[in-house]
Design a protein around this ligand. Structure first.
Ligand SMILES: Nc1ncnc2c1ncn2[C@@H]1O[C@H](COP(=O)(O)OP(=O)(O)OP(=O)(O)O)[C@@H](O)[C@H]1O
Length: 346
C-alpha cells in the first residue's frame, strides 16, 4: 500500500503522507488536479457509470497506450486498473476524437458481462482528462507473455485453452452486436489461471453504426484486408484478426516481424500475404487459421463455429493425447460434432 495515495489527499496537498518521489508526486498532481474539484470529489455528470472519486486509491503507472496512461489502483476495496486519457490542448481534432472514443468505449463496456471480457468498474469524465476503471488483470497482455516464451514453445493444450477463451469472449461480443476492430495479443489480458479476457474497446462499434473504416487507427499487422482498404466491413474483420492471434499462439512471434506495419498492410492487400505457418503446426490449427484469415470475409467462420471447433478439439485432446498428430480435416468427426451449431444463416 505504500505507493498508493488518495486523490482527495492530493487535492488538499497532504504531501507528507505519501511515500512518492518528487517526480512521481508532481506527475500525479498534474493528472489528478483535473479529476478532483477544489476541496471535494467529482460527482460526475449523473451517468450511471460515474466513479465515486472518494473511493479511488491510485497507485503506480504500469503501462501506456497511444494517448493514455494506465495506473494500478483500488476502488471500493477492489484491485483495479485506471486508464487515464488526456486531451491535448494544442490539437482540437484529436481532443474531440479522444472524447468521442472515451464515450463510446464506456457505453459499450458498461453493458458487457462475460468471463472472457474485461469487467468495467466505473469511469469519470472531467475534460481534458477522462478515466476508465476496470478490473486489474495481473498477468499483463498476451503479447508480453508470448514474447517471454521461446518461439514455437507454447504447449498445444495451452494454446488451445487460450484460443477458446478468446473465441468465447468474441462470440459473446458479436452476440451483443459489437465489433471489436482491434483484436490483437496486446489487447488480450491474462488473469488468474491463465484466463484470457478481451480488452480495449476504444475503436469498437455497434455493427449497425460502424460506418466506413476511413481514418482508422487500428493495427495493420492484425487488420483484415477490407479494413486496410477502408471498405465496408463486418464482424468478420475480428475473425481475420483472431486468425493472426491463433498464429501468434502457435509461434510466439510477431506477425510480419521483418516488415513495417505499412509494408505488412501492402503485402496483405496486394499480394495476399499471411504470416508463414510453421511446418510443425498441427493440421487442426492450420486448417482453422487458413479459414479465419481468408481474404474473402464470407469464407471466414463465425465465432460460434470457431468455439464449437475448438471445443471439439479440446474434447478430442482429452480423450486422445495424440489427437493433434492424428487429426485429419476431412475426418468428418469434428464436422459432425459441431454441425448443429455450425449451420447459421450467414
Ligand atoms: N485492466 C488491466 N489490467 C492489466 N493491464 C492492463 C489493463 N488495462 C490495460 N492494461 C495494460 O495497458 C496496456 C494498454 O491498455 P489499453 O490498450 O487499454 O490502452 P489504450 O490507450 O487503448 O492503448 P492503445 O490506444 O495504444 O491501443 C495493455 O496492453 C495492458 O498491458
Amino acid at each position: 500500500m505504500k505507493n498508493f495515495y488518495w486523490f482527495k489527499q492530493i487535492s488538499n496537498n497532504v504531501k507528507s503522507e505519501r511515500r512518492l518521489s518528487l517526480g512521481e508526486y508532481k506527475r500525479a498532481v498534474s493528472w489528478s488536479k483535473y479529476l478532483v474539484s477544489s476541496g471535494g470529489e467529482i460527482k460526475g455528470e449523473g451517468e450511471e457509470w460515474s466513479a465515486d472519486m472518494s473511493q479511488l486509491l491510485i497507485g503506480n503507472k504500469f503501462a501506456s497506450g497511444r494517448h493514455s496512461r494506465i495506473y494500478r489502483g483500488i476502488y471500493k476495496q477492489r484491485d483495479v486498473a485506471i486508464k487515464i486519457i488526456s486531451q491535448p490542448e494544442e490539437d482540437e481534432n484529436l481532443a474531440n476524437f479522444l472524447e468521442k472514443q472515451f464515450i463510446s468505449e464506456v457505453a459499450l463496456l458498461f453493458h458487457l458481462r462475460h468471463p472472457n471480457i474485461i469487467t468495467f468498474v466505473a469511469a469519470c469524465k472531467k475534460p481534458p482528462v477522462f478515466c476508465i476503471i476496470t478490473e486489474y488483470l495481473a498477468g499483463g497482455s498476451l503479447r508480453k507473455y508470448l514474447h517471454q516464451q521461446e518461439p514455437y514453445s507454447v504447449p498445444l493444450n495451452l494454446a488451445l485453452k487460450l484460443a477458446l477463451d478468446i473465441a468465447r469472449g468474441m462470440q459473446y461480443l458479436h452476440s451483443q452486436g459489437i465489433l471489436h476492430r482491434d483484436l490483437k495479443s496486446e489487447n488480450l489480458l491474462l488473469g488468474e489461471d491463465m484466463c484470457v479476457k478481451v480488452a480495449d474497446f476504444g475503436i469498437s462499434c455497434l455493427e449497425s453504426q460502424c460506418g466506413s473504416a476511413k481514418g482508422f487507427t487500428g493495427t495493420y499487422r492484425w487488420m483484415a484486408p477490407e479494413m486496410i482498404k477502408e471498405k465496408h466491413h463486418t464482424k468478420k474483420v475480428d475473425v481475420y484478426s483472431f486468425g493472426i492471434v491463433l498464429w501468434e499462439l502457435l509461434t510466439a512471434l510477431t506477425p510480419f516481424d521483418n516488415m513495417t506495419p505499412e509494408q505488412a498492410a501492402f503485402a496483405v492487400c496486394q499480394k495476399d500475404a499471411r504470416p508463414p505457418l510453421p511446418s510443425s503446426c498441427p493440421l487442426a490449427f492450420s486448417h482453422l487459421i487458413n479459414r479465419c484469415w481468408s481474404s474473402n470475409p464470407e469464407k471466414r467462420p463465425q465465432f460460434e463455429e470457431i468455439v464449437s471447433i475448438l471445443e471439439s478439439y479440446a474434447e478430442s485432446l482429452e480423450e486422445d493425447p495424440e489427437f493433434f498428430k492424428t487429426y485429419k480435416p476431412s475426418s468428418g468427426r469434428t464436422i459432425l460434432r459441431c454441425l448443429p451449431k455450425c449451420i447459421t444463416a450467414d
